[in-house]
Design a protein around this ligand. Structure first.
Ligand SMILES: C[S@@+](CC[C@H](N)C(=O)[O-])C[C@H]1O[C@@H](n2cnc3c(N)ncnc32)[C@H](O)[C@@H]1O
Length: 293
């Protein structure tokens, strides 16, 4: 479906969006096999973490070796379809029972030069800060862990993989204003602009919802703003192609539309989630091949 809309992304930038969505109800490895080599610019995705999450069809409790072997399978397919200039952003979290998982995945993905880990970003979901006046402010959302051993888990990882570790990013597209404005003239590289790189800790809380079943009918989503930041960092051109192999309810697609990505391709094995993704992105249901998983 071809849509032309004027939109405002979460950074307040106006984006003249014209996004063609192609959403497929199928296994992502099979789905990506239908794409030509080196045709994709941006992949933003979050696979199941193998932490026993209750998805409506996927079983999230494989043996660790089988899980890592499966991760390598889809990562190799991503590598094949990604352009030499492309960026692959992988969101992955851990749990107290499986704290090394994100690092096992980065280890596997950087072996034998499959990918280079160009940036490692922390997605901060909740934070508490003591202010100068002693007041403590807390922002964001997390699932409390009832334990005397483990801390509440308030962050996840976003790994930025590229083919050669040398992809130029538009850091100021998601930049922040200087707290100390004297830095604007002090540093020559600012060019007089009140914007600096926001760094690799991204505080992005979940949107507050009242009813999970209708407003976020999926057990493991990321906020669309997370994908927006990845897209803006990589940059969007008139021929940019973006893929999310594990689309869920379509947050990466919403981000693509908000950022004016011209072509977006998403896969999920779950018809229920994919239908929500189609509704949220405005993709017509005919574009979703619901008949052939
Ligand atoms: C962590 S969720 C992604 C959520 C998504 N980022 C969002 O915000 O809605 C992982 C998704 O992968 C899907 N999935 C699991 N195995 C898959 C496979 N082999 N191919 C495609 N999708 C798969 C699950 O149905 C689930 O929706």
């Amino acid at each position: 479906m071809h849509q032309i809309r004027r939109l405002v992304n979460s950074k307040g930038t106006r984006a003249e969006a014209s996004t063609r969505f192609e959403l497929y109800h199928c296994d992502c490895v099979e789905g990506m096999r239908s794409l030509d080599d080196e045709t994709v610019d941006i992949v933003v995705t979050s696979p199941p973490y193998n932490l026993g999450v209750k998805y409506s069809s996927y079983k999230d409790d494989q043996k660790r070796e089988a899980y890592l072997a499966w991760c390598l399978q889809w990562a190799e397919e991503i590598k094949r379809v990604l352009k030499a200039t492309g960026s692959f952003f992988l969101n992955i979290g851990a749990s107290p029972s499986n704290p090394l998982l994100p690092f096992e995945i980065t280890d596997a993905f950087t072996q034998d030069q499959l990918f280079v880990l160009q940036n490692s970003i922390h997605w901060i979901k909740a934070i508490s800060m003591e202010m100068e006046d002693g007041a403590v402010i807390s922002k964001g959302h997390f699932k409390p862990i009832n334990s005397e051993r483990f801390l509440n888990d308030c962050h996840e990882h976003v790994f930025h993989f590229t083919k050669d570790g040398d992809i130029r990013l538009n850091r100021l597209a998601i930049g922040v204003p200087y707290a100390d404005k004297t830095n604007i003239s002090r540093w020559g590289h600012t060019g007089g602009r009140d914007k600096r790189c926001a760094g690799n800790t991204w505080f992005i809380p979940y949107e507050t919802i009242r009813d999970r079943a209708t407003q976020r009918p999926h057990p493991a989503t990321f906020p669309s703003e997370l994908a927006e930041r990845c897209i803006l960092l990589h940059g969007v051109r008139e021929d940019t192609v973006m893929v999310d192999p594990f689309l869920g309810i379509g947050n990466a697609g919403v981000a693509a539309r908000n950022c004016g990505v011209p072509r977006f391709i998403g896969f999920d094995i779950d018809e229920k989630y994919l239908t929500v993704a189609a509704e949220r992105t405005g993709a017509r249901i005919e574009n979703v091949n619901l008949g052939a998983p």
